[in-house]
Write a protein that binds this ligand. Sequence first.
Ligand code: FAD
Ligand code: SIN
Length: 542
Amino acid sequence: MVHERHSDFIVVGSGIAGLCFALEAAASGKVTILTKKEDFESNTNYAQGGIACVASAEDSFEDHVRDTLIAGAGICHEEVVRTLVREGPDLVRQLIDWGVRFTTTPKSSADSPLGSLELYDLGREGGHSHRRILHSKDLTGREVERALLKCLREHSNVTFLEHHLALDLITEGKSPNKRCSGVHALDAPALEVKVFRAPIVVLATGGIGRIYQHTTNPPIATGDGIAMAWRAGLPVANLEFVQFHPTAFYNATGGETFLISEAVRGEGAILRRLGGESFMELYDERGCLAPRDIVARAIDTEMKRHGESHVLLDCSNMSEEFFSERFPAIRELCVRHGVHPPLEPIPVVPAAHYSCGGVVTDSVGRTALAGLYVVGETAFTGVHGANRLASNSLLEALVFSHRAAQSAMKAEPSPPTPIPEIPEWFQRFDPTMELEGVRVEHCTHEVRTLMWDYVGIVRSTERLKLAAERLEILLKEAEGYFERGWVTEGVALLRNIVQTSWIVVQSALRRRESRGLHTTLDYPETRPEEAHDTVLTPPDGV
Ligand code: FAD
Ligand code: SIN
């Protein structure tokens, strides 16, 4: 018998976007949260720098808007940026009400007005004209997850299902009346595909970093929401703008890396070549605090020009005491890898970090498919343009998940609809079926190295075309496994990373210029006639 569960809202993903949506929606109905690993596991959990918002008398909404638009290289949607910036501080206060403890400053006093954000220590990162980043030392994301999960665990309207991997959206009807009414998900421990139905489904599945070989993202970031939405016929936008963070730890063994927050440069650390020369002033007058696209490209150029495997982040301007107090987690990770900042410089390289593009949504997170909302890093709202300003991502997730929840709670009840069609793979699903696990592993590895080598910081049309050809073959292979009923976590992941990679490549091929995070040797200039979004719609799209 097929396991089927009904609720008022299904939320896929337990990062900041999914959890904030769930917390608000739970006030008006039953919420089921599906998440593919443990509840805290998400990009959110690893956020270091913090949440940007106007929080001091010296700062202003106009300045935050201007910094965001400048970083976005001419194609941010200004009205949406204004919404983000204006609504940010109240929603950050709401996070504090929900129990998030940001680092306070010793200067804060009992005289500070209640609810004042001036109590808090404000960090600085690239592209910001003021200190405006609230943080919990360098463990901001972990603190956000802790507080939100605590609230949700205590909520009687919320059911949390860990180790449930959403596979595909359930849709009913034909365009233009097509609507989303649930998801199929693999209950991994039980090896069972289950049906979850609700009139409102929210995709909050986070980023795509794991389509690349080197990334700051944890293993969950495989572009699942983008691939699922694409298969359901939804348009996606601006996926060529993959943000490479300039400073991931350079692991000489080739093993996993981790982020060295831009806040370290915000406190005065300097990027240097292996010989000790600083170089950022050759590229931008803002030096090490230029927006990320500029810094990552500069490091890439320096490494190539001098044949060096990495550059150094010199933190010697900071005392040991200050560094340990402000960046305890970074320090601990570095020490574990044999580097002792601030006494020793940290070896760093750029790594895939963030997707500025995503599934096209309106100003309240709605998509072209009735009943489906998309929030957080999976969504394209228009905020980031061609390059995201540091620490605007948690803010975007916060603001737009709130707007989505408010909209979803007011949504008209969905009309009665016929029972959705059962996909063929679901009928054939056989958890006992043997699969060539090694082949799936090899394909996954191949996609990631291909994306790193051919679709990295600096691109060319020839390489993008080669990548597209190979990805099309791999996509057929992954879809083939799925259609034969070989539905395992490994196959589902492969199918999603290939699909998402293919979309990134197609988006990159469409953009005939270099702008923000997209640099191509064939079109080195920024061209005014290309100052628009790259929107891709699947064949038979809604
Ligand atoms: P996530 O937090 O990634 O959550 C996605 C959730 O979906 C996870 O729970 C995941 O398990 C689940 N999921 C995915 N696929 C499925 C599926 N198929 N089925 C079920 N569940 C699924 N931004 C800032 O603004 N400030 C920072 O300081 C900052 N630091 C960062 C540091 C690091 C190391 C990284 C990687 C990112 C950082 N970012 C930062 C970016 C920011 O953290 C993310 O963009 C943001 O947290 C995304 O939130 P989200 O809720 O959209 O997704
Ligand atoms: C960082 O701390 O450098 C990451 C901030 C971000 O991704 O916005």
